[in-house]
Design a protein around this ligand. Structure first.
Ligand SMILES: Cc1ncc(COP(=O)(O)O)c(C=O)c1O
Length: 296
């Protein structure tokens, strides 16, 4: 029956080949971890693809989707659990991945022309961070780095942030083993640390690594949830003592909503295009089907 569904046989073939390779290999990257059946439980439920409009602060039952009050409770539960694991005062799990976290965050709290210090990929930083910052029109300043000790150059980080009056410091360690020494990291009072813990969220939750939320006053901790935190692929954003979290959260709600709507529109449009393509093909002749595109 399933094989009659267009594309299913092709999908199954790809999945089978993928599973054969997976069985024979030893994944060593945090992003390749195994997700347990327990972790996958919520993915099978109706909540999985739902969200509420306006986030939690401006939540109104009347102008929302049916059942949004139940999701509101789920958001509350997420906040409660994250408070235990990460000592945060606010947790937001509506973004879709680690990259989606930072894109939504930057769109929420920065404006074009703002200065941002970024950990470059040469110092183990994630390679896409600067691309996103650049695309959003931010002025990028490289994080001073101490190549002898494979660590940030703490003194120069402070003096450059202070001298250039930089409000944002995006630290996104991807290809580096040592965590920063938060006792050495001093930031000017107007600088917010955006700490991307995509690789280390599980280690922070398990108290194996220092939690930046407990060490740095103005800090937003965020990351993808499918690496050392072995959850389904999603994004998690948390704050503790951030100035003006309300503004951040409200704006984040707006951008998350817009991004989700855009993704949905894109999916609908793809379906529409495919339908138009199929329709025009059936009107012509079956023989014009590309040979390597089985349409069983
Ligand atoms: C520091 C950092 N940020 C973001 C990402 C991307 O996360 P995601 O795959 O959840 O978008 C990675 C992935 O390797 C990462 O190491």
């Amino acid at each position: 029956m399933l094989n009659k569904i267009e594309g299913y046989a092709a999908f199954k073939d790809i999945e089978d080949r993928f599973n054969i390779i997976k069985k024979k290999t030893l994944p060593l990257c945090a992003a390749e971890n195994l997700i347990s059946p327990f972790v996958k439980l919520p993915l099978n439920g109706d909540f999985q693809e739902r969200y509420i409009m306006n986030g939690v602060l401006d939540y109104e039952t009347d102008n929302n989707f049916i059942g949004s009050n139940f999701l509101f409770e789920i958001y509350g539960l997420i906040n409660k659990q994250c408070a235990k694991l990460f000592d945060c005062n606010y947790a937001d799990a509506r973004t879709l991945t680690g990259m989606n976290c930072i894109t939504s965050l930057l769109m929420s709290i920065t404006k074009a022309g703002d200065k941002i210090m970024v950990s470059d990929s040469e110092c183990g930083g994630h390679q896409s961070m600067k691309v996103v910052c650049k695309r959003l029109g931010l002025q990028i300043i490289d994080m001073p780095y101490d190549y002898n000790h494979f660590d940030m150059d703490y003194e120069n980080v402070y003096s450059v942030l202070k001298k250039d009056d930089i409000n944002f410091f995006l630290y996104a360690p991807s290809d580096i083993i040592n965590p920063p020494d938060f006792d050495k990291l001093k930031l000017p009072s107007n600088t917010v640390l955006l700490y991307d813990a995509s690789q280390t969220l599980g280690l922070i939750a398990g108290k194996q690594l220092d939690n930046p939320l407990n060490k740095i006053d103005n800090c937003i901790l965020f990351g993808g949830t499918h690496k050392t935190l072995p959850g389904p692929a999603n994004g998690l954003i948390m704050t503790k003592t951030m100035n003006g979290p309300n503004l951040l959260i409200k704006q984040l709600a707006l951008y998350t909503f817009v991004i989700r709507k855009c993704i949905k529109l894109l999916v609908y449009y793809t379906h529409y295009l495919r339908w138009r393509l199929l329709e025009s093909r059936t009107q012509k002749k079956q023989s014009i089907m590309p040979r390597d595109f089985p349409m069983n």
